[in-house]
Design a protein around this ligand. Sequence first.
Ligand code: ARG
Length: 286
Amino acid sequence: MRRSVARALVRPLALAAAAAVIPLVGAAPAAADSVVVGGFPIDVSQAPWTVALSSRDRFGGTRAGQFCGGVAVAPTTVLTAAHCLGEDVLGGPPNAARDLKVIAGRTDLLSGKGDEIAVRDARVNPGYDATTNAGDFAVLTLTKPLPRSAVVPMAGAGDPAYTPGTEALVSGWGDMSGGGAYARRLHAARVHVLPDDTCARAYPGGPEGAYRAGSMLCGGEAKGGPDACQGDSGGPLVASGRLIGLVSWGSGCGRPGNPGVYTRVSAVARALDVFSGGRAGSDEPS
Ligand code: ARG
Protein backbone atom coordinates (compact mmCIF):
# COMPACT_ATOMS: atom_id res chain seq x y z
CA MET A 1 0.00 0.00 0.00
CA ARG A 2 2.93 2.29 0.45
CA ARG A 3 3.22 1.91 -3.24
CA SER A 4 -0.47 2.50 -3.65
CA VAL A 5 -0.24 5.57 -1.49
CA ALA A 6 2.30 7.02 -3.79
CA ARG A 7 0.05 6.14 -6.68
CA ALA A 8 -2.99 7.60 -5.02
CA LEU A 9 -1.01 10.78 -4.83
CA VAL A 10 0.92 10.93 -7.93
CA ARG A 11 -1.78 9.67 -10.21
CA PRO A 12 -4.41 12.24 -9.35
CA LEU A 13 -1.80 14.90 -9.99
CA ALA A 14 -0.71 13.27 -13.21
CA LEU A 15 -4.36 13.02 -13.99
CA ALA A 16 -4.72 16.57 -15.16
CA ALA A 17 -4.06 15.40 -18.69
CA ALA A 18 -5.99 12.15 -18.45
CA ALA A 19 -8.98 13.90 -16.91
CA ALA A 20 -9.63 15.73 -20.13
CA VAL A 21 -10.23 12.34 -21.73
CA ILE A 22 -12.44 10.86 -19.04
CA PRO A 23 -15.61 12.79 -19.78
CA LEU A 24 -15.50 11.52 -23.34
CA VAL A 25 -14.90 7.94 -22.27
CA GLY A 26 -17.53 8.15 -19.56
CA ALA A 27 -20.10 9.37 -22.04
CA ALA A 28 -19.70 6.34 -24.28
CA PRO A 29 -22.25 3.65 -23.36
CA ALA A 30 -19.82 0.89 -24.31
CA ALA A 31 -17.33 2.12 -21.72
CA ALA A 32 -19.93 2.12 -18.98
CA ASP A 33 -19.71 -1.66 -18.55
CA SER A 34 -15.99 -1.83 -18.22
CA VAL A 35 -15.55 0.75 -15.47
CA VAL A 36 -13.72 -0.09 -12.25
CA VAL A 37 -13.07 -3.40 -13.81
CA GLY A 38 -16.65 -4.48 -13.66
CA GLY A 39 -18.28 -1.43 -12.11
CA PHE A 40 -21.04 0.85 -13.34
CA PRO A 41 -22.07 4.47 -12.95
CA ILE A 42 -24.51 5.30 -10.16
CA ASP A 43 -26.22 8.44 -8.95
CA VAL A 44 -25.05 9.61 -5.54
CA SER A 45 -28.64 9.26 -4.29
CA GLN A 46 -28.12 5.48 -4.56
CA ALA A 47 -25.24 5.62 -2.06
CA PRO A 48 -25.66 9.09 -0.50
CA TRP A 49 -23.12 8.35 2.25
CA THR A 50 -20.32 8.28 -0.32
CA VAL A 51 -18.29 11.48 -0.18
CA ALA A 52 -15.22 12.68 -2.04
CA LEU A 53 -12.22 14.00 -0.14
CA SER A 54 -10.96 17.13 -1.81
CA SER A 55 -8.02 19.50 -1.68
CA ARG A 56 -7.72 21.78 -4.68
CA ASP A 57 -4.56 23.30 -3.17
CA ARG A 58 -2.93 19.94 -3.35
CA PHE A 59 -4.54 18.22 -6.34
CA GLY A 60 -5.81 21.03 -8.53
CA GLY A 61 -9.31 21.68 -9.73
CA THR A 62 -9.58 19.34 -12.71
CA ARG A 63 -11.46 16.82 -10.60
CA ALA A 64 -12.64 19.26 -7.93
CA GLY A 65 -9.57 18.31 -5.90
CA GLN A 66 -10.80 14.72 -5.36
CA PHE A 67 -8.07 12.40 -4.11
CA CYS A 68 -9.81 9.80 -1.93
CA GLY A 69 -13.23 8.65 -0.85
CA GLY A 70 -14.98 8.79 2.48
CA VAL A 71 -18.22 7.73 4.11
CA ALA A 72 -20.63 9.56 6.39
CA VAL A 73 -21.41 7.56 9.54
CA ALA A 74 -23.03 10.47 11.42
CA PRO A 75 -24.12 13.93 10.24
CA THR A 76 -20.79 15.50 11.13
CA THR A 77 -18.61 12.39 11.08
CA VAL A 78 -16.91 11.00 8.00
CA LEU A 79 -14.63 7.96 7.95
CA THR A 80 -11.81 7.63 5.47
CA ALA A 81 -8.56 5.70 5.18
CA ALA A 82 -5.57 6.64 7.34
CA HIS A 83 -3.30 6.40 4.32
CA CYS A 84 -5.37 9.11 2.59
CA LEU A 85 -4.19 11.62 5.19
CA GLY A 86 -0.50 10.73 5.22
CA GLU A 87 2.11 13.47 5.02
CA ASP A 88 3.13 12.09 1.66
CA VAL A 89 -0.41 12.72 0.47
CA LEU A 90 -1.24 16.05 2.06
CA GLY A 91 2.26 17.47 2.37
CA GLY A 92 1.89 17.92 6.13
CA PRO A 93 -0.28 16.98 9.09
CA PRO A 94 -3.98 16.62 8.20
CA ASN A 95 -5.13 19.49 10.38
CA ALA A 96 -2.72 21.81 8.56
CA ALA A 97 -4.42 21.14 5.20
CA ARG A 98 -6.41 24.37 5.03
CA ASP A 99 -8.73 23.49 2.19
CA LEU A 100 -9.48 19.86 3.10
CA LYS A 101 -13.16 19.32 2.33
CA VAL A 102 -15.67 16.61 1.76
CA ILE A 103 -17.93 16.82 -1.24
CA ALA A 104 -21.35 15.28 -0.56
CA GLY A 105 -24.46 14.85 -2.65
CA ARG A 106 -22.57 15.17 -5.92
CA THR A 107 -22.45 12.52 -8.65
CA ASP A 108 -20.37 14.42 -11.21
CA LEU A 109 -17.34 15.95 -9.52
CA LEU A 110 -17.46 18.97 -11.81
CA SER A 111 -21.18 19.64 -11.54
CA GLY A 112 -21.19 22.00 -8.56
CA LYS A 113 -24.17 20.08 -7.12
CA GLY A 114 -24.44 19.04 -3.50
CA ASP A 115 -22.28 20.45 -0.76
CA GLU A 116 -18.64 21.13 -0.13
CA ILE A 117 -18.09 21.02 3.58
CA ALA A 118 -14.88 21.99 5.32
CA VAL A 119 -13.24 19.58 7.72
CA ARG A 120 -12.98 20.93 11.23
CA ASP A 121 -10.87 18.15 12.64
CA ALA A 122 -9.02 15.18 11.19
CA ARG A 123 -7.77 12.32 13.34
CA VAL A 124 -5.73 9.49 11.99
CA ASN A 125 -5.96 6.20 13.87
CA PRO A 126 -2.84 6.26 16.06
CA GLY A 127 -2.74 2.47 15.72
CA TYR A 128 -2.43 2.57 11.93
CA ASP A 129 0.40 0.33 10.78
CA ALA A 130 1.76 1.49 7.43
CA THR A 131 3.68 -1.77 6.96
CA THR A 132 0.74 -4.17 7.12
CA ASN A 133 -1.90 -1.47 6.49
CA ALA A 134 -3.73 -2.64 9.62
CA GLY A 135 -6.04 -0.06 11.18
CA ASP A 136 -6.31 1.97 7.99
CA PHE A 137 -8.89 4.53 9.04
CA ALA A 138 -9.24 8.17 10.05
CA VAL A 139 -12.13 10.23 11.39
CA LEU A 140 -13.09 13.61 9.98
CA THR A 141 -15.37 16.02 11.81
CA LEU A 142 -17.28 18.36 9.54
CA THR A 143 -18.03 22.05 10.13
CA LYS A 144 -21.63 21.54 9.05
CA PRO A 145 -23.96 18.53 9.33
CA LEU A 146 -25.03 16.35 6.46
CA PRO A 147 -28.66 15.26 6.29
CA ARG A 148 -29.53 12.15 8.33
CA SER A 149 -30.49 10.44 5.09
CA ALA A 150 -26.86 10.65 3.95
CA VAL A 151 -25.61 8.56 6.88
CA VAL A 152 -25.01 4.81 6.80
CA PRO A 153 -24.92 2.75 10.01
CA MET A 154 -21.75 0.84 10.84
CA ALA A 155 -22.02 -2.93 11.10
CA GLY A 156 -20.86 -4.05 14.54
CA ALA A 157 -18.90 -7.19 15.34
CA GLY A 158 -20.96 -10.31 14.74
CA ASP A 159 -23.17 -8.62 12.14
CA PRO A 160 -24.20 -11.23 9.56
CA ALA A 161 -23.23 -8.75 6.81
CA TYR A 162 -19.59 -9.82 7.41
CA THR A 163 -20.35 -13.43 6.45
CA PRO A 164 -18.41 -14.62 3.39
CA GLY A 165 -20.69 -14.80 0.38
CA THR A 166 -22.58 -11.63 1.28
CA GLU A 167 -23.07 -9.29 -1.64
CA ALA A 168 -21.73 -5.78 -1.12
CA LEU A 169 -21.41 -2.53 -3.04
CA VAL A 170 -18.28 -0.40 -3.16
CA SER A 171 -18.51 3.15 -4.49
CA GLY A 172 -16.08 5.90 -5.47
CA TRP A 173 -14.51 8.16 -8.07
CA GLY A 174 -11.36 6.10 -8.45
CA ASP A 175 -9.54 4.54 -11.35
CA MET A 176 -11.88 2.65 -13.67
CA SER A 177 -9.26 0.66 -15.54
CA GLY A 178 -6.31 0.10 -13.24
CA GLY A 179 -4.41 2.26 -15.69
CA GLY A 180 -5.27 5.75 -14.45
CA ALA A 181 -8.73 6.39 -15.93
CA TYR A 182 -10.12 8.32 -12.99
CA ALA A 183 -13.88 8.67 -12.93
CA ARG A 184 -15.55 12.03 -13.09
CA ARG A 185 -18.89 10.51 -12.12
CA LEU A 186 -19.51 8.25 -9.15
CA HIS A 187 -19.19 4.55 -9.88
CA ALA A 188 -19.95 1.39 -7.98
CA ALA A 189 -18.94 -2.24 -8.20
CA ARG A 190 -20.73 -5.29 -6.84
CA VAL A 191 -18.41 -7.61 -4.96
CA HIS A 192 -18.78 -10.40 -2.41
CA VAL A 193 -17.34 -10.73 1.05
CA LEU A 194 -14.65 -13.41 0.68
CA PRO A 195 -13.30 -15.78 3.34
CA ASP A 196 -10.35 -14.41 5.33
CA ASP A 197 -8.36 -17.38 4.09
CA THR A 198 -8.51 -16.12 0.54
CA CYS A 199 -6.82 -12.85 1.45
CA ALA A 200 -4.49 -14.46 3.99
CA ARG A 201 -3.17 -16.63 1.17
CA ALA A 202 -3.05 -13.83 -1.38
CA TYR A 203 -1.36 -11.41 1.01
CA PRO A 204 0.90 -13.22 3.48
CA GLY A 205 3.09 -10.11 3.66
CA GLY A 206 4.71 -8.11 0.91
CA PRO A 207 5.46 -4.60 -0.25
CA GLU A 208 1.75 -3.75 -0.37
CA GLY A 209 0.80 -5.01 3.06
CA ALA A 210 -0.17 -8.13 4.97
CA TYR A 211 -3.69 -9.41 5.53
CA ARG A 212 -4.85 -9.20 9.15
CA ALA A 213 -8.28 -10.75 9.60
CA GLY A 214 -8.96 -8.90 12.85
CA SER A 215 -8.86 -5.47 11.28
CA MET A 216 -9.26 -6.14 7.56
CA LEU A 217 -11.98 -7.54 5.35
CA CYS A 218 -11.50 -9.44 2.12
CA GLY A 219 -13.78 -8.52 -0.78
CA GLY A 220 -14.02 -9.10 -4.51
CA GLU A 221 -14.62 -11.93 -6.89
CA ALA A 222 -12.57 -15.13 -7.02
CA LYS A 223 -12.25 -14.84 -10.79
CA GLY A 224 -11.25 -11.17 -10.63
CA GLY A 225 -13.26 -8.39 -12.22
CA PRO A 226 -15.21 -5.96 -10.06
CA ASP A 227 -12.99 -4.22 -7.53
CA ALA A 228 -12.12 -0.88 -6.01
CA CYS A 229 -9.00 0.83 -7.31
CA GLN A 230 -6.68 3.78 -6.77
CA GLY A 231 -8.61 6.89 -5.79
CA ASP A 232 -11.42 4.88 -4.15
CA SER A 233 -9.57 4.56 -0.85
CA GLY A 234 -11.49 5.52 2.24
CA GLY A 235 -14.80 4.96 0.47
CA PRO A 236 -17.60 2.63 1.55
CA LEU A 237 -18.25 -1.07 1.17
CA VAL A 238 -21.88 -1.54 2.15
CA ALA A 239 -23.82 -4.78 2.61
CA SER A 240 -27.43 -5.20 3.74
CA GLY A 241 -27.65 -1.45 4.30
CA ARG A 242 -24.71 -1.37 6.70
CA LEU A 243 -21.12 -0.23 6.36
CA ILE A 244 -18.75 -3.18 6.59
CA GLY A 245 -15.56 -1.87 4.97
CA LEU A 246 -13.47 1.09 3.86
CA VAL A 247 -11.46 0.77 0.66
CA SER A 248 -7.88 0.22 1.79
CA TRP A 249 -5.52 -1.71 -0.48
CA GLY A 250 -4.86 -4.55 -2.86
CA SER A 251 -2.39 -5.70 -5.46
CA GLY A 252 -3.44 -4.14 -8.72
CA CYS A 253 -7.17 -3.90 -9.30
CA GLY A 254 -9.61 -6.66 -10.22
CA ARG A 255 -6.90 -9.25 -10.76
CA PRO A 256 -7.82 -12.90 -10.24
CA GLY A 257 -6.25 -14.10 -7.01
CA ASN A 258 -5.75 -10.54 -5.67
CA PRO A 259 -8.96 -9.48 -3.94
CA GLY A 260 -9.57 -6.02 -2.53
CA VAL A 261 -8.68 -5.47 1.10
CA TYR A 262 -10.95 -3.27 3.18
CA THR A 263 -10.66 -1.85 6.66
CA ARG A 264 -13.01 -3.93 8.81
CA VAL A 265 -15.58 -1.49 10.15
CA SER A 266 -16.32 -3.46 13.34
CA ALA A 267 -12.69 -2.80 14.30
CA VAL A 268 -13.16 0.90 13.56
CA ALA A 269 -16.29 1.08 15.69
CA ARG A 270 -14.35 -0.48 18.55
CA ALA A 271 -11.44 1.94 18.19
CA LEU A 272 -13.62 5.04 17.82
CA ASP A 273 -14.50 4.93 21.48
CA VAL A 274 -10.87 5.16 22.37
CA PHE A 275 -9.66 7.87 20.12
CA SER A 276 -12.71 10.06 19.71
CA GLY A 277 -13.81 9.89 23.31
CA GLY A 278 -16.84 7.87 22.28
CA ARG A 279 -18.40 10.81 20.51
CA ALA A 280 -17.73 10.00 16.92
CA GLY A 281 -21.19 8.60 16.48
CA SER A 282 -23.02 11.57 17.97
CA ASP A 283 -24.36 14.62 16.19
CA GLU A 284 -22.38 17.08 18.21
CA PRO A 285 -18.81 15.95 18.64
CA SER A 286 -17.12 18.12 21.20
N1 ARG B 1 -4.84 2.36 -2.17
C1 ARG B 1 -5.86 2.72 -3.07
C2 ARG B 1 -6.21 4.18 -2.87
O1 ARG B 1 -5.44 4.86 -2.23
C3 ARG B 1 -7.04 1.79 -3.01
C4 ARG B 1 -6.68 0.51 -3.62
C5 ARG B 1 -7.74 -0.50 -3.56
N2 ARG B 1 -7.32 -1.57 -4.38
C6 ARG B 1 -8.05 -2.65 -4.66
N3 ARG B 1 -7.59 -3.49 -5.53
N4 ARG B 1 -9.22 -2.83 -4.09
O2 ARG B 1 -7.12 4.71 -3.44
